[in-house]
Design a protein around this ligand. Structure first.
Ligand SMILES: [Zn+2]
Length: 354
């Protein structure tokens, strides 16, 4: 064996893992993953087709379709009863058909441990699976939406984990990919911490984090060929402290940071600080009502960093005016020039810019 092929083999072996890593360096060309989160309200195939066609026209190439949420599903499921609006309409399969037609990927966006409000079927059927705070309450006092209190499953419940996992497997078998959300404990604050059910008596915070991490690993093992992502809180310290969500340890393919912040600089900071070397998706928040200019600037900031994807929460907060302004930024063939956050010394350039 001559030295040359040996060297070539060594180079290949060294470069393979490096090539597989996401570097977060600026990229040219359209942002690879251009996504929206979407809560389905459509009631027939024509309405679904119109939504997907609108996304396609706006340069969106992936929809995170809310599929299992608040303890129910938007499709006929063995594991989750249907939401009232989807008892006679299979929204997930309708979206799959429209997605194939328009070339838009449909990922099943699924709530994991959050299972809804007071009318949750899990309270009715499996109250013993629910997480309890240090006073024995099953409802969160800190996570409240329009007056409705959130309920979570206890991540230490073997039965609950199996039930959720089977539901995720079922949804993933239909969709193009799977995104796990609410992959955490309820928000803990002084006076209300989780979980304190009988199963969790010996758990410390490290054990709680490990239960979340291990559930992600179980999903990964059960769905080795599924493109798997998680939606998480950008600040790791806060995610761990208040939710036991140590997401840098998650075994997923892509991480979606819910960077619902006010400024482009905060978006860039969240992207740069993310301890994540695989594809990173920046979740931006048009729902916050910051205005189209801010969303465009945040998109440019994320694109400058060179993230693998940008996802907007959510489609319902994106009027045509915003979609049409974002499209050229998302689809730009070259990364935008650096923003002049720090003026460079020297005379101003005299060359006209296109
Ligand atoms: Zn528990």
């Amino acid at each position: 064996m001559t030295l040359r092929p040996l060297v070539a083999l060594c180079v290949l072996l060294v470069s393979l893992p490096l090539a597989a890593q996401w570097t977060n360096e600026a990229v040219t060309g359209p942002t690879p993953i251009r996504a929206v989160w979407h809560h389905p309200v459509e009631r027939n195939d024509a309405e679904v087709d119109a939504v997907v066609a609108r996304c396609k026209k706006g340069g969106i190439n992936r929809i995170y379709l809310e599929t299992i949420y608040e303890g129910r599903a938007c499709y006929p499921s063995k594991w989750y009863e249907p939401h009232a609006d989807f008892k006679n309409f299979d929204a997930l399969r309708s979206y799959m058909v429209a997605g194939r037609k328009h070339g838009v990927t449909i990922d099943a966006w699924c709530h994991v441990f959050f299972v809804g409000f007071a009318d949750s079927p899990f309270i009715r059927d499996h109250a013993d699976w629910l997480a309890r705070d240090d006073k024995g309450r099953i409802s969160s006092e800190f996570e409240i939406f329009e007056g409705k209190k959130y309920h979570f499953l206890c991540p230490a419940s073997v039965e609950a984990r199996r039930h959720v996992l089977e539901g995720l497997k079922e949804a993933a078998a239909i969709a193009d990919g799977l995104q796990v959300d609410y992959i955490r404990y309820p928000v803990s604050k002084e006076g209300q911490t989780y979980c304190h059910c009988a199963r969790c008596a010996k758990d410390d915070d490290a054990a709680r984090e490990a239960r979340i991490v291990s559930f992600v690993s179980e999903v990964r093992a059960a769905l080795p060929k599924t493109r798997l992502s998680a939606s998480v809180f950008p600040n790791v310290a806060d995610a761990r402290q208040s939710k036991r969500q140590n997401w840098p340890l998650f075994d997923v393919d892509e991480m979606a940071l819910m960077a619902y912040v006010a400024s482009p600089e905060a978006v860039a900071q969240a992207a740069r600080q993310a301890p994540w070397k695989k594809p990173l998706i920046m979740g931006l928040g048009p729902f916050m009502g910051l205005g189209d200019d801010v969303m465009v600037a945040q998109t440019r900031a994320a694109k400058e960093i060179g993230v693998a994807g940008i996802a907007y929460f959510a489609l319902h907060s994106m009027p045509d005016s915003l979609v049409s302004r974002l499209r050229p930024v998302l689809m730009a063939e070259t990364a935008p020039a650096s923003r002049p956050t720090t003026p460079k010394p020297g005379p101003a350039p005299t060359t006209p810019t296109p």
